[in-house]
Structure formats: C-alpha cells, structure tokens
Design a protein around this ligand. Structure first.
Ligand code: HEC
Ligand code: HEC
Length: 291
C-alpha cells in the first residue's frame, strides 16, 4: 500500500519535471527564433560631421539619452543588469580599442545599430533601446556618432550577454523589451532637424527617452525589469500635474519630489535628467502637462 503511494508520488514528480523540461525546450526554441531572425533593411546614410561643435552637441546627447548608463561615461562598456534569475546584460565597449568596435564598424553600422537595432549580421541587438533612438532627427543621431567616434580607444574585454531561463521566458512573452528590432518602424523617414526650444512639441520629441519605462502613454505601470519598483504616472493625472515648473526641474535634477520623496537613481535615472538644460526640462514639463 505504502510503496504504491510512493510509486504514484514518484510518477507525479517525474511527470512534472518532464512537463517543465518540455515547456523550457519550447521557450528556448522560440527565444532562438527571435534572436536569429535576419532583417532586410535599407540603412539611409547621412553625413557624420567631425567639427568640435557637433562633437560637443553629441556629448550632451550621449548624456541625456542615457547611453552612459549602459555603455559607461567613457564608452568602455558596462554591466548594467546582473541578475541570477534573469541574466547578465552589458553594453558594448563603443570605442575602437581592443574588445571594442572593429575598424570595419563604419557610419552605416552605427546607423544600423542606432536606428534599426541591428548588429552587423542584421540580427536584433539585445535590450539596446534603439526604438527610442530611431525617432531622433538626422542632426542629433549624426552628432552622437561624431562624439562616439572622436573618443579615445579603450582596451576593455567584451562581457558576453547571458539570458537565463526566466529571462528567456519573460522576453518571449514580451515582458522584457529584449528585441528592439521588433519594436521599430524600419521604414520611418526621420526629419533632418526638429525645431529645438522650450516648447511642448520639443518636449514630445525628448520624451522618447522616458517611454521605455513610463510607457508610450507616460502613465507608467509595471517596471520593465521584473521585480523593480512600479513606474510612476507622469501625465498631468499624476503628481507632475500639481508641480510647478521649478519643482519639476528640481525633482529631475536632485531626485527630490515636492511630496518629500527621494527618488533612487537605480529606479528613476535622475543623474541622466540632471544633465538636461533648463530649456529641455521646460519642454518636457510643458509636454507632460498636455498629457
Ligand atoms: C538600456 C541600456 C542601453 C542604452 C541606454 C544604450 N545602449 Fe547601446 N547597447 C546596449 C546593449 C546591451 C548592447 C549590446 C547588444 C548586443 O550585443 O546584442 C548595445 C549595443 C550598442 C551598439 C552596437 C555595438 C555592436 O557591436 O553592434 C551601439 C553602436 C550602441 N549600443 C550605441 C549606443 C548609443 C550611442 C546609445 C545612446 C544614444 C546607447 N547605445 C544606449 C545597451 C544600451
Ligand atoms: C529606467 C527607467 C526610467 C526612465 C528611463 C525614466 N524614468 Fe522616471 N521614474 C522611473 C521609476 C521606476 C519611477 C518611480 C520611482 C519611485 O516611485 O520611487 C520614476 C519616477 C519619475 C518621476 C516622479 C513621479 C512622482 O510622482 O513622484 C518623474 C517626474 C519622472 N520619473 C520623470 C521622468 C522623465 C521626464 C523621464 C524621461 C526624461 C523619465 N522619468 C525616465 C523610471 C524611469
């Protein structure tokens, strides 16, 4: 009698293990399909300047678009997620030093990465937020490339990206934005140069950098990194709707909100928003007020 129960229990456990293995096999298969998909895109080439004013403009854009959060302030590359369950994610060394970009990484390769989210094999980059950058105008994208290419070579070995089983399952289910090439309109014709200034229109253009976490609607919700704190609603329906422009600027430069909360840089990257100029923060404020 007792041994029969044991036998049944053993079979149930064994069955459960087999089901988990099959499910994981299916997710691994689907994951490989996403990663190995090859895209046929037309990369529209644009001139990349080399003058010091463009490089300075590119440096500012590198800072406010958050490139440094994942590639390091000196472009040497950086591990930005190291989670025992999800995996290890690291931004590439963007210099032409050892372990960085190969000499063959030309302007077209830069544009393919930034505007299409694709690597040299025309397969999707992982987690690189190219969907946000794909909407930047020619002027800004060329300035960023100019800045990156003007930086000194740094020898820093590449850190291979590892996506662990739970990370694979969540990315296949669309819970982690791991495959930027799938989120991009590859036919989009970007403007040569948008009009910059303290206006809601320009704020809308800049807000592309907020949508990855605050969602395209800017109403927030679940954190894009599973287990992270919920993302605030930053439309006029949230706290921001009650803040003055000066309070908004202080919050985005120091992380201190008028409600007395200290935002943690690891949750809300205010060291990035601290680099925005007054005009840029005013533009964002005016745009958020319209939402
Ligand atoms: C959220 C993190 C993140 C941010 C922000 C980010 N990147 Fe990346 N980037 C990555 C990761 C991760 C990779 C490597 C992806 C891979 O190898 O699949 C990458 C790859 C790249 C590549 C392609 C390198 C290659 O070998 O093909 C370029 C170029 C690049 N990033 C430039 C930039 C620039 C410029 C910015 C800012 C405008 C930026 N990135 C912002 C995470 C990020
Ligand atoms: C990497 C993800 C991420 C990005 C990118 C991001 N945010 Fe946030 N933000 C958060 C999270 C998470 C919170 C909530 C933090 C908390 O509750 O402690 C937050 C909170 C805020 C708050 C405070 C809201 C309140 O009610 O107190 C403001 C304002 C804000 N973000 C504005 C922005 C703007 C503007 C941008 C784009 C320029 C931006 N954020 C980009 C993740 C992000």
């Amino acid at each position: 009698m007792f041994s029969r129960i044991l036998k049944w229990a053993g079979m149930v456990v064994l069955g459960a293990i087999v089901i988990v293995l099959i499910a994981f096999g299916i997710f691994s298969f689907l994951f490989r399909q996403h990663v190995n998909k090859q895209y046929a895109v037309q990369v529209r080439e644009i001139p990349v300047p080399e003058d010091s004013a463009s490089i300075a403009a590119g440096k500012h854009l590198y800072e406010i678009r958050g490139c440094g959060e994942c590639h390091g302030t000196d472009l040497r590359g950086k591990v930005f997620v190291d989670d025992p369950v999800l995996g290890l994610l690291a931004g590439t060394n963007l210099t032409y030093g050892k372990g960085g970009l190969p000499d063959s990484f030309d302007n077209k390769a830069w544009l393919r990465a930034l505007r299409h989210g694709l690597n040299a094999e025309n397969k999707t980059l992982l987690l690189m937020p190219s969907e946000e950058f794909s909407r930047m105008d020619d002027h800004d994208i060329a300035a960023i490339i100019a800045f990156c290419k003007a930086q000194p070579k740094i020898d820093a070995p590449p850190v291979p990206i590892k996506i662990r089983p739970v990370g694979k399952v969540l990315s296949v289910l669309g819970k982690i934005p791991l495959f930027p090439a799938e989120m991009i309109d590859h036919k989009l014709q970007q403007p040569a140069q948008v009009v910059k200034g303290p206006t809601a229109d320009y704020g809308k253009y800049l807000s592309a950098s907020c949508t990855g976490c605050h969602k395209p609607s800017l109403t927030g919700g679940d954190n894009p990194v599973p287990g992270g704190v919920p993302v605030a609603n930053i439309t006029s329906a949230g706290h921001v709707g009650k803040w003055s422009k000066d309070e908004f600027i202080i919050a985005l430069r120091t992380g201190k909100t008028p409600e007395g909360k200290q935002l943690q840089v690891t949750d809300m990257p205010w060291t990035m928003t601290a680099r925005y100029t007054d005009d840029e923060l005013t533009a964002l404020y005016l745009y958020l007020k319209t939402k």
